[in-house]
Design a protein around this ligand. Structure first.
Ligand code: C5P
Length: 313
């Protein structure tokens, strides 16, 4: 049967994709592996904060533009790499212009670059009308970065290995999160390199962790923890300061997200998170309220709509 889209070849010349941020409810670093990566156990969660991508088909060139000067727009950009990998894997001849509207802070532990890469893979599949088998998409995503495969699932998911092997788990709800960024970036390799204490020493936690992941997932927001936090905040005391402030403004739990420097506060209700947000903003911090996005919400909302024509802004 012909693909209906192939009968209307000029219908979809550009596409918009939402590129959600992530947090880590847990991040246990077990040991350093022979390939230089660290073996981790993490529970990822997509949250409502997102970048917007617009992908426009071109005859052959691949190009990126971004409204945030800190984002590289050349071929080192992860979205650019994603487009190249997809083109090589599918043999497509078309190119794309990728416009990124940045809202997720850069090098912030919120997976912004990884999310942009995954959103590009998903969006370009549609734009170029190609489809790779799921297993191949996950392989390309893992090549792009340890966090990228998670964004091919969304919602609440367990990540093992270097974080690239992901499994959907029961969803965690969390409506009143506050994300606070102290205004500097942390490079992921540096965060891992500073680690001196590894969870492996407490290897008893490894098995209970998987049980925990399966049984007590709903309680995660109040039991959240991050093995990278201690060492990264030793190098950047502002992180510990933001955490203290969030707790003093009523957060039930506060912790660093991923490799930092964003700190995440879990609040009981929207009044409390709003109050804390205005205090953090008054203190000069970037601060955004967010909520957990489950898998269904993720897949229902990442593609805004198809546009009939390219070129018009
Ligand atoms: O996979 P990704 O490109 O995001 O990783 C960036 C760097 O972070 C790696 O080169 C490595 O230094 C560090 N890393 C690690 N263990 C992980 C994930 C990342 O040591 N599980």
């Amino acid at each position: 049967m012909p693909n209906p889209e192939s009968l209307i070849p000029n219908l979809m010349r550009s596409i918009r994709v939402k590129s959600y941020a992530k947090i880590n409810w847990t991040l246990d670093v077990l040991f350093k592996r022979e390939d230089g990566y660290h073996e981790i156990r993490t529970i990822y969660q997509t949250v409502s904060l997102h970048d917007r991508l617009r992908l426009i088909e071109t005859t052959d060139i691949l190009e990126i533009s971004c409204d945030d000067q800190r984002v590289p727009v050349g071929d080192t950009n992860l979205a650019h790499k994603a487009a190249r990998l997809l083109r090589d894997a599918t043999g497509v001849k078309s190119g794309a212009r990728i416009e990124i509207e940045k809202r997720i802070p850069v090098a912030a532990g919120l997976g912004g670059g990884s999310s942009n890469a995954a959103a590009t893979l998903l969006g370009l599949q549609r734009l170029w009308r190609v489809e790779l088998p799921e297993r191949e998409m996950f392989r390309l995503a893992a090549k792009l970065g340890s966090d990228v495969p998670f964004f091919l699932i969304g919602g609440t998911a367990l990540g093992i290995g270097r974080g690239e092997e992901v499994y959907p788990v029961e969803e965690t709800e969390s409506e009143n999160l506050l994300l606070v960024n102290p205004g500097f970036g942390v490079e992921t390799p540096a965060a891992y390199a500073r680690l001196s204490r590894l969870t492996l020493k407490e290897s008893a936690r490894i098995i209970p962790f998987t049980l925990f992941a399966a049984k007590a997932i709903r309680e995660l927001p109040l039991a959240a923890s991050n093995d990278l936090e201690e060492t990264v905040s030793a190098a950047h005391p502002e992180i510990a300061e933001v955490k203290r402030e969030l707790l003093s403004y009523g957060a039930r739990r506060a912790l660093m997200s991923g490799s930092g420097a964003t700190v995440l506060g879990v609040f009981d209700n929207s009044q409390a998170s709003k109050r804390a947000q205005s205090k953090m903003r008054r203190a000069g911090y970037w601060s955004v309220r967010a909520r957990a996005i489950n898998r269904q919400q993720y897949w229902n909302t990442i593609f805004d709509r198809a546009e009939p024509r390219a070129g018009s802004k």
